[in-house]
Design a protein around this ligand. Structure first.
Ligand code: ADP
Ligand code: MG
Length: 399
């Protein structure tokens, strides 16, 4: 018999008292359920002063935003905790710390990050965090390099691939990223005014073939332990600081998927800005997003290459030029996955505030069409885009 039961606030407080690692456990007295995510319960545990001290997060046996009609494995809680623990080992400064977790109860205690803000909310308001993108690049390089074949022993890696199979959550990505947006599906979500653009997208055979390739690599290329859901809603920022949370989609997949998803979210904001803030602010914000894109890729790629120079032991991978060669593949994948994130977040199941929040309907549709055409173009031309400056130049040309 499983010990699983759904926590209420009192259960969350009791759990935090036992496993929260605080010096004065009895001072923890209340829990507010603050989950704004799609999937799980998130409790903020406060002490007698009303100060929040730790977070208790529990997976429900279904997709929260849909209900019990969409069942979902609670093993995702183990995957989330174990992914964060591995990533924390390699990049503690940018990974949320898991203090305790219990796979059977599908629950974990995490450090409280209430003094940070969710990056997406800040981006939507037009607030710039100049260090965030390079810090995210650092997180991605550390977590992905250290779990890749360039660093891990091959035998150990195979057992890790098994530990992080995560088939149910991967299936969600496989469907929502690479299948649903390109067919008629009840999970898709967009205004009727976009239908002609969506029809054109679906009729574009070279796009569909390139998307097939992206899906095939997502299914088959177990390159490193991905976070699997690096969007700006899974990233906490504060002045000069950044922490990544919410790793329940973690699995061994193609390295380019994580930086590609992150780049896609920066570009969703780039597309939405003219509808979100005043004209002058939007122009400045767009320049900041392009700078973020550059900072993200340069910090990721430079750290990845430096780690390869310093730490790769495998004689086949150590030869001069190999890491650079491998990074080229990662780059082309990242550009493709970036494009697929743009499309699926515009017309698929999980829309984003960067576009959804645009009140003026005409303007919203214009920004959404921009996101779709940029996504389409990125996916098709990914193999020909050589580097980050080439990408930025082309984004500017696209309007
Ligand atoms: P889900 O898996 O359901 O998407 P998230 O991990 O994204 O849940 O958390 C939902 C929300 O709960 C976040 O947007 C954030 O506001 C809050 N939250 C999550 N983790 C923490 C944390 N460690 N510290 C403070 N707030 C958090
Ligand atoms: Mg979330």
């Amino acid at each position: 018999m499983s010990r699983y039961y759904t926590f209420n606030a009192a259960d969350a407080v009791e759990y935090a008292r036992q496993f929260g690692g605080v010096d004065d456990p009895l001072s923890l007295i209340t829990a507010d359920e603050i989950g704004d995510g799609n999937l799980n319960l998130v409790f903020k545990i406060r002490d007698t002063q009303g100060i929040s001290r730790v977070i208790v997060k529990q997976a429900l046996p279904y997709v929260r935003c849909v209900g019990e009609s969409w069942p979902l494995t609670i093993d995702r809680s183990r995957i989330e905790a174990e992914t964060l623990i591995v990533h924390y080992e390699h990049c503690p400064q940018h990974t949320a710390r898991v203090i305790h977790h219990d796979p059977e109860l599908a629950v974990m205690v995490q450090e409280d990050l209430s003094d940070y803000e969710i990056w997406r909310g800040e981006l939507v308001k037009g607030k710039y965090y100049p260090q965030a993108a390079s810090q995210l690049g650092e997180y991605l390089a550390q977590s992905l390099f250290h779990t890749s074949d360039l660093y891990q022993n091959a035998e150990h890696k195979k057992s890790e691939v098994g530990r992080f199979l995560n088939p149910e959550l991967c299936l969600i990505t496989e469907d929502l990223f690479f299948t649903d947006p390109y067919i008629e599906h009840e999970r898709n979500c967009y205004d009727a005014a976009l239908q002609p653009t969506v029809d054109e997208l679906r009729a574009d055979i070279s796009l569909r073939i390139a998307v097939g390739d992206l899906k095939q690599r997502f299914l088959s290329n177990a390159e490193a332990l991905l976070h699997g859901d690096v969007h700006s809603g899974s990233i906490f920022v504060a002045e000069g600081r950044l922490k990544v949370i919410d790793a329940e989609f973690g699995f061994y997949g193609p390295i380019g998927f994580d930086p590609g998803s992150a780049m896609g979210n920066l570009l969703l904001n780039y597309c939405g800005l003219p509808g979100l803030v005043a004209t002058r602010e939007a122009a400045d914000g767009r320049e900041q997003r392009l700078q973020d894109l550059r900072d993200l890729w340069l910090s990721f790629s430079e750290r990845f290459l430096q780690l390869a120079r310093d730490k790769t032991q495998d004689l086949a991978f150590k030869i001069p030029g190999y890491a650079e060669h491998y990074l080229k593949h990662i780059w082309h994948d990242a550009v493709g996955y970036c494009g697929s994130e743009l499309i699926r977040r515009t017309i698929g199941f999980s829309n984003v505030a960067d576009l959804k929040n645009i009140a003026d309907q005409e303007m919203r549709h214009e920004c959404q069409r921009h996101a779709l055409s940029l996504g389409q173009w990125l996916i098709i031309t990914a193999p020909q885009i050589d580097d980050i400056e080439g990408l930025i130049a082309r984004i500017r040309q696209n309007g």
